[in-house]
Design a protein around this ligand. Structure first.
Ligand code: CTP
Ligand code: MG
Length: 228
């Protein structure tokens, strides 16, 4: 079975509140999406990379020139991340087999490396439930509900990263079964809702998701460091 990468890049970046979608923000000299793409292109484990953008996207050709080897742009992004991934999976039904693996990775995580891609693939090691990069929670966590504040033991708590890797058939089944698209903020949550337990593979803090303006500076600091 082959491994394919899928980068959802059809968001608007509302929380970043920049001039345009955050995947096109320059971070460390390149658009964030380009960093994510180059990690997959540099990996010898990935058969092909797909990027899903909004049908209205006018910037993708400047960042991913048509004809660039190893990558295909799909212009079928949807209103939510889940819909974008679903539409892309549907568009790939003739190219990808049920038993192939899809690694779904946020365009807004420029710190991905070929080493992390290999760590995920080796860590999941064919587990039928798939898996994801994740980091153990190090902070003390509080839950505030109904006027009551409580400390949630951080033991066993992890922060989900991407890539998240599942067989094509499982990911399609999980997303098609999900009822609330806005609740599916990552692909693993849809798989968990089927009663499966995706594997947690230790990720890296440098693979952070750039969500708020301050995250850009942190990502730039990491990108400026030598890797390893
Ligand atoms: N994404 C997508 N289609 C959507 C929404 C999000 O492909 N309709 C992608 C984003 O482009 C991003 C990834 O999913 O690469 C993670 O989403 P997020 O960080 O939430 O990005 P945005 O949705 O763009 O940001 P915000 O939620 O602040 O608007
Ligand atoms: Mg979003």
């Amino acid at each position: 079975p082959r491994h394919y990468a899928l980068i959802p890049a059809a968001g608007v970046g509302a929380r970043m509140a920049a001039d345009g979608p955050k995947q096109y923000l320059t971070v460390g000299g390149k658009p964030m999406l380009r960093h994510a793409l180059e990690a997959f292109l540099a990996s010898d484990r990935i058969a092909h990379t797909y990027i899903v953008v909004s049908p209205a996207d006018g910037q993708i050709d400047a960042v991913v020139p048509p004809g660039l080897d190893g990558v295909t742009v799909l212009r079928c992004g949807g209103a939510t991340r889940m819909e974008s991934v679903q539409n892309a999976l549907h568009a790939l039904r003739a190219q990808v087999r049920d038993g192939d693996s899809i690694l779904v990775h946020d365009a807004a995580r420029p710190g991905l490396t070929p080493e992390l891609i290999a760590r995920l693939i080796d860590g999941v090691a064919g587990d039928p439930a798939g898996g994801l990069l994740a980091l153990p929670v190090v902070d003390t966590v509080k839950r505030a509900a109904g006027g009551q504040v409580a400390t949630v033991p951080r033991d066993g708590l992890w922060l989900a990263q991407t890539p998240q890797m599942f067989s094509y058939a499982l990911l399609r089944r999980a997303l098609d079964a999900a009822t609330d698209a806005s609740a599916v903020t990552d692909d693993a949550s849809a798989v968990e809702a089927l009663g499966l337990s995706p594997r947690l593979v230790p990720g890296d803090p440098r693979n952070l998701k750039v969500t708020l303006p301050a995250d850009v500076r942190i990502a730039e600091m990491y990108l400026a460091q030598p890797t390893t």
